[in-house]
Design a protein around this ligand. Sequence first.
Ligand code: PEP
Ligand code: MG
Length: 529
Amino acid sequence: ARRAHAEAGIFAMHRALLQDPALLAAADTLIDTGKSAGFAWREATRAEAAALSAMADRRAADRAADLIDLGKRVLRALARTGGGEGEGEGEGEGEGEGEGEGDLPADARVPVAQNGQPVVLAADEFTPSDLSGLDRSRVAALVMVRGGPTAHAAIMARQLGIPCLVALGSALERLPDATPVIADADHARLHASPDQHLLAAAASTIRLRAQQHQADLRAAHAPASTRDGVHIEVAANIGSVDDARAAVAQGADAIGLLRTELLFLHGDAAPAAADHTARCQAIADALEGRSAIVRTLDIGGDKDAAWLRLPAEDNPALGLRGVRLAQVCPQLLDDQLRGLLAVRASAPLRILLPMVSEPGELLHWRARIRALAAEVRADAGIEVGVMIEVPAAALLADQLAEHADFFSIGTNDLTQYTLAMDRCQPELAARMDALHPAVLRMIAATCEGAARHGRRVGVCGALAGDALAVPVLLGLGVTELSVDAALVPATKARVRTLAHADCRQRAPELLRLASAAAVRDACRRYWPA
Ligand code: PEP
Ligand code: MG
């Protein structure tokens, strides 16, 4: 039996920080000088976090990261008028029953479950830094009041294989501690105090899924081709050396996306070139000869690193993130590229640039990579690709393809920016569907642009792991799918059921439909999952 616990140790620690008299006094002093509450709070938490980061003590550095997370939550709370009900979104499944595990140590990041049983953790919103280092074996599921299906916390949960429900609204706040729950992420539902019938049904679903996974896994180490013989690479998205090992164990053909920022969310200083080399070398060594696409740091948006003091922005998703960060911190990317170029791997490493919106940016970074390769005496012929995640990049795909070695479509951001829906906005979570025909038109434009110059197109956003979407992506011209390691076996199995010619013929029809729901209906009819 798994145990529910509505308030994690993260909350206990945040409560303690919120009551810190020194922090409150610092904010009060600024308010007394006429500053707004938001300004005062931000300045007070930053000053305290900087003081903690300056200490040599590792626990102080961790507390600095927590303080920054907490600072942002309070600022968000100040900026909004109140919670609201939403629908859950997510993947996988979990179950819960029994009691909570009692009070946690004030500095615990992850609760220690009683009797070694995993728990369902609830929070207003988990952040990426909450989840880095989370012990998968202790957590059955994560459930949040707010959040979005492709917010980075949800992505990290999926990478860890932990089912995650987001945007559950204030109903979750009202749930008492230690309520038994079933977190059914397949149907985006949280069942509180389930009866025996529901518990038995959930247990049976979990058993069947495990059996199906084992069956798919047996075939996952062979390459996947469609019924009519078109090979589709099924790769994995990773953010740690553990994920790299999981990718190999689950049969991934390659690494389609290494989110390098996830390697460096904590810590008290920017990573040096040698840190990049060491972390990437360890990952390359774990891959047993598989190639890897390494994305340069994509900090900003909903991913903050404690050591990077970014200017506050009203719209961080539209601001300094991805390669744009180099405008304010050029050293950061140069150090990373120097570090990456020094990695010695038995299979190719490729560099992927996030948030590119025009060919000039790609040309700039290609030249920079050539110069840095000469400096560190590395091979200047390393392949350089572009994330297609900004509508401008999709629309200029033919121009970008002239200079890029490959494309990787980031459907999470491409959906956010095409639909103008913040991927962390809980009220819009149920409408954030990458199968929206406008997003599909962006993907089609990308594939057409790439085809003009004979470039490969992969998808590394969450859509690649959606069984219903796989035939659509193949039909539009995608030949590489990069998914969470746990989804590799099922994705290969799905590819093997499809006829490529049929996908090619039917996918263009979907671009003429009027909504994501209509696309999903058509997919269910054409290619039942
Ligand atoms: C994406 O945007 O789809 C993507 C893969 O990158 P990230 O989710 O890290 O923004
Ligand atoms: Mg992205």
